[in-house]
Design a protein around this ligand. Structure first.
Ligand code: SF4
Length: 223
């Protein structure tokens, strides 16, 4: 898809989808934990698991750092890889306590908040971008599995790595539209341009799409 076609498609999707920022009103550290838990998991399972965990303890740096490892592993097990994720989350909690006195929002006072987040244990560019976008409304452009699939299908860039896809999207989407835009693209990927069987028949950007997986729409004569 050419750049001008992408911009038109993005405009259509921007108007079409209502999206909610699931992090709104949540504690910033709990949001970061949710993002780590969501790796290799679905959003629904992540939401349930973190909600269940929050019934057992406050998902704050001090409580998480001092919680018994077995309690956290049991709580996070449904989201997968709990034995790998829990030590990472506890190390993260200790580091947030040590560096920011437990107040993760102090990251935003640093000269380079993204790099500061990535200096924390287990936090890569994607997690940092999602947190900054959802919690701080920053103009990062996070690329999740749905957005990576769209970028691939629309051949926005030849490269497949995170840095290249986010840089390409940043070149196409103005800063003020990125935080909501990332949620809009995710919603579109979830509801319409799905991984296994894209629902081309009801796609609002059908006329702009040049994906090889695009399926022909039934004509009125063949109905
Ligand atoms: S036409 Fe099909 S493949 Fe193209 S964006 Fe829409 S749903 Fe995805």
């Amino acid at each position: 898809m050419r750049d001008d076609a992408f911009r038109k498609a993005f405009d259509i999707l921007w108007r079409r989808f209502r999206v909610e920022n699931w992090a709104e009103g949540k504690d910033p550290f709990e949001v970061l934990v949710s993002i780590v838990v969501s790796q290799n998991s679905t959003d629904l399972v992540t939401e349930r698991v973190v909600r269940d965990l929050s019934h057992q303890l406050a998902v704050r740096p001090k409580e998480v750092a001092t919680a018994p490892e077995s309690l956290l592993i049991d709580a996070l097990r449904p989201a997968g890889l709990a034995r790998q994720k829990v030590p990472r989350i506890q190390e993260l909690a200790r580091e947030v306590l040590r560096r920011f006195g437990g107040d993760l929002m102090r990251v935003l006072d640093e000269p380079d908040p993204r790099q500061t987040l990535m200096d924390l244990p287990g936090i890569g560019p994607k997690t940092a971008d999602v947190w900054l976008s959802l919690v701080a409304g920053a103009d990062t452009m996070p690329v999740d599995t749905h957005i990576a699939r769209l970028a691939r299908r629309w051949r926005l860039t030849r490269r497949k790595d995170y840095a290249a896809i986010t840089a390409k999207l940043q070149s196409l989407i103005p800063p003020r539209r990125r935080a909501r835009g990332h949620l809009v693209l995710i919603q579109f990927g979830r509801e319409i341009c799905q991984a296994r069987r894209p629902r081309c028949e009801e796609c609002p950007v059908y006329g702009l799409c040049d994906a090889t997986v695009k399926r022909p729409r039934a004509t009125s004569a063949s109905r």
